[in-house]
Design a protein around this ligand. Structure first.
Ligand code: COS
Length: 379
């Protein structure tokens, strides 16, 4: 089901990338992963880097990542394995601020290592007391000679237990709220940085609360420009969260089609039943609608649309919410098997949930869309 790549948003190089990724997934992911998620993520990052796919996650010279390629990579990987998608995506999100706003020296120091898989990256914005309300974060940064020193906590940090490099957002106090935040680069092994708590979630991933006690950091971009950098990074990757959700939904539909076609219902199969067909029709329509919104947002961004926040938010909102519904329908169609540990649809049911929360919850996406719409209406 790569026919969405035949739409005019995509070029032959995108279809070629999808073919390579499908072959890579078949060769590398069929055996599943180690139970230790940290070890599994490390080896996935190394394998994806070795195959050259992580080059897609970082800026190439002055050119930002191609969002359509990111979307194809995430949907293809997610369709095969949630953890493989996670390992890929976090290399991009964790280094995105460096790609978009780093100096030439910062890019040269980190982007090749992130692209080869030698350095694992993390994005540290959320705090124990600020999630959606990112402009009110409390971590402080004070100047000390050439360096900056960070104190505070970050929570729900993906790759928090593994990261070699973190992009961190802290308060430098140029103004209230969003205006007083700057971005920083922190080395994963720096003194004063520790894992305060490993956070276990319904779909296991390396996730942690991190403590920063007098941590040395390097400024990334302009002082006071951190909130904008965080938002621009999120705009870029929000489309791709939608793409991961699309991959999960496509897999749920694959599973539903396979199950319905073989499951006996009297002399017929489940797929011959009109109620099943009504469901499959609804699932397929929902999947294609998400794919269209993702393709539109990714294409606009690649064409250089200066502010793509509305389309990116729509793509993430619709694709994640709808994937949850599609997966739920697939679980229902599988009956008892759908909630049985080890069934693929049961895994998808757990995997999809966090996507409606992280990188901007659905409620935040609706707010971003409405504010952008109102701004246009009032101007
Ligand atoms: N893209 C670009 N710029 C953005 C933006 C976006 N998506 N959202 C806000 N901005 C800009 C605004 O244009 C404004 O700039 P000006 O001062 O030049 O006008 C500035 O940032 C402040 O924006 P705003 O006043 O809307 O800030 P709020 O504090 O009201 O917050 C939301 C806006 C809720 C949209 C923001 O805090 C957000 O996205 N929160 C979610 C954070 C998140 O995704 N966390 C997950 C982390 S990764 S797991």
């Amino acid at each position: 089901m790569t026919d969405w790549l035949d739409w005019p948003f995509f070029e032959p190089r995108h279809r070629e990338l999808a073919d390579r990724l499908v072959r890579w997934c078949e060769a590398n992911l069929a055996g599943g992963h180690a139970d230790d998620v940290d070890a599994a993520c490390r080896s996935l990052v190394a394998a994806l880097g070795g195959a050259g796919f992580l080059n897609l996650c970082v800026a190439n010279g002055g050119t930002p990542p191609d969002v359509r390629s990111l979307a194809i990579a995430r949907s293809t990987l997610a369709r095969a394995s949630g953890l493989a998608d996670f390992a890929f995506a976090m290399q991009g999100l964790g280094s995105g601020a460096i790609s978009l706003s780093g100096s030439a020296a910062q890019k040269a120091e980190w982007l090749p290592k992130v692209a080869s898989g030698e350095a694992i990256a993390a994005f540290a914005l959320t705090e124990p007391e600020t999630g959606s309300d990112a402009a009110n974060l409390a971590m402080t940064a004070r100047r000390d000679g050439e360096d900056w020193v960070l104190d505070g906590e970050k929570s729900y940090i993906s790759n928090g237990t593994l990261a070699d490099v973190l992009t961190v957002f802290a308060r430098t106090g140029e103004g209230e709220g969003a205006r007083g935040i700057s971005a920083f680069i922190v080395h994963g092994n720096v003194p004063g940085l520790s894992v305060a708590e490993r956070i276990e979630v319904i779909a296991p991933h390396p996730l942690a609360r991190l403590k920063f006690e007098g941590v040395r950091a390097e400024l990334l971009g302009a002082e006071g420009g951190g909130f904008k950098i965080a938002m621009q990074t999120l705009n870029l990757f929000r489309v791709t969260v939608g793409a991961a959700a699309l991959g999960f939904a496509q897999r749920a539909l694959d599973e539903a089609l396979a199950f319905a076609s073989t499951r006996k219902l009297g002399n017929l199969t489940l797929a011959d039943n009109a109620v099943t067909q009504e469901r499959l029709g609804e699932m397929a329509t929902s999947v294609d609608a998400s794919a269209l919104l993702i393709a539109r947002a990714a294409w606009q961004q690649d064409m250089g649309k200066a502010d793509n926040r509305r389309a990116a938010a729509m793509a993430k909102l619709h694709a994640t919410e709808e994937a949850q519904r599609v997966i739920d329908m697939a679980v229902q169609l599988h009956g008892g098997l759908g909630v049985t540990k080890g069934a693929k649809v049961e895994e998808l049911y757990r995997e999809i949930r966090a996507l409606r929360i992280y990188e901007g919850a659905s409620e935040v996406q609706r707010m971003v869309i409405a504010r952008d719409l109102l701004k246009e209406h009032r101007s």
